[in-house]
Design a protein. Structure first.
Length: 315
């Protein structure tokens, strides 16, 4: 006699439709509002992982491809929100979030906002959600759409807000990319996001200046590229070193290249830019900041690490 449960298990494994249904039944259902490039990438990772997914987009046509992949397409934000307990929002801006969710019943819902914003945006949305009976997480995505669903790409998302919401839904949130909880203050995800993006912007500015310097010379950007990558990697120590100095307040111990030396040396950077016909608008503000720190009290600051200049930025 064949065991009934064994026969059922064999049918489930053999039939991909049955297998997909069984897999989805064990996964957390969720709703996603917003199907831009990032929203669509997020949706595909959850669908591929077997999560029942309801989607809504202001332009309905963007949902057609996802419907073919198994998503349920809601006709309105209200219908989408009603479909799931976990609501993820990934829209163009926070005005769009307010417009999509205004007037909807969010009682008992878990709202995760992945829309790019500021710390103040995150805190305001958290208060807004609490007033409507929802738990809230703000998120800052550190990655591009192509990095979603590809762990080796290194993308991840900062989350802040309700620790209970994060703990309950962490496995679902980690499907598209790694999840890093940075505290109960709902503004801290955006703060971490923008801090890293700001550092990246400065890095890109320096790289851009370097390439501009070699323009018109018999030096190929392709030859300079590996040298840039190697040098910038070696200089990565500054992140940790500056953190130590900012916490301790000691900007002088163990300094090898002091502020007075760097300010003097910066003149060479400026002269070279002038000789090469390159604007200093990308590096000039940082050099100005170092000079300002030194000029404020040469005796006190000449022997410092240039991390002391960071203290001048909070004005």
């Amino acid at each position: 006699m064949t065991d009934t449960s064994t026969k059922h298990d064999a049918q489930t494994i053999a039939n991909p439709v049955v297998r997909a249904a069984a897999n989805a039944a064990a996964k957390t259902p969720l709703t996603l509002l917003g199907l831009g490039a990032m929203g669509t990438a997020l949706a595909r990772t959850w669908l591929a992982a077997g999560h029942p997914l309801t989607v809504w987009n202001r332009t309905p046509g963007k949902a057609a491809a996802l419907a073919a992949e198994g998503a349920l397409v809601a006709a309105s934000p209200a219908e989408a929100v009603a479909a799931s307990g976990l609501i993820v929002v990934c829209l163009l801006d926070h005005a769009g979030v307010g417009s999509a969710l205004e007037g909807l019943d969010l009682t008992g819902k878990d709202l995760v906002d992945l829309t790019t914003g500021t710390p103040a945006d995150g805190r305001a949305r958290a208060a807004w959600a609490r007033e409507r009976g929802a738990r809230f997480l703000d998120g800052g995505i550190m990655g591009t759409p192509s990095m979603m669903g590809t762990p080796a790409a290194g993308g991840y998302v900062f989350y802040s807000g309700s620790p209970d919401l994060f703990g309950e839904h962490r496995s679902t949130l980690e499907v598209p990319a790694g999840a890093r909880f940075v505290g109960s203050d709902p503004g801290h995800a955006a703060l971490h996001d923008v801090a890293l993006l700001s550092a990246m912007t400065g890095l890109f500015a320096g790289i851009s200046h370097a390439y501009a310097l070699i323009g018109g010379e018999d030096v190929s950007p392709k030859d300079l590229a590996p040298l840039l990558a190697e040098w910038l990697g070696a200089m990565g120590f500054f992140a940790g070193a500056a953190a130590e100095r900012l916490v301790s307040g000691d900007f002088t111990s163990g300094v090898e290249s002091n502020l007075a030396m760097q300010v003097t040396g910066s003149a060479t950077l400026l002269r070279t830019a002038a000789e090469q016909g390159v604007s200093t608008e990308l590096i000039g503000p940082y050099l100005d900041l170092m000079r300002e720190r030194l000029a404020a009290d040469p005796a006190a600051h000449a022997g410092e690490d240039n991390a002391g200049a960071i203290t001048l930025l909070r004005r």
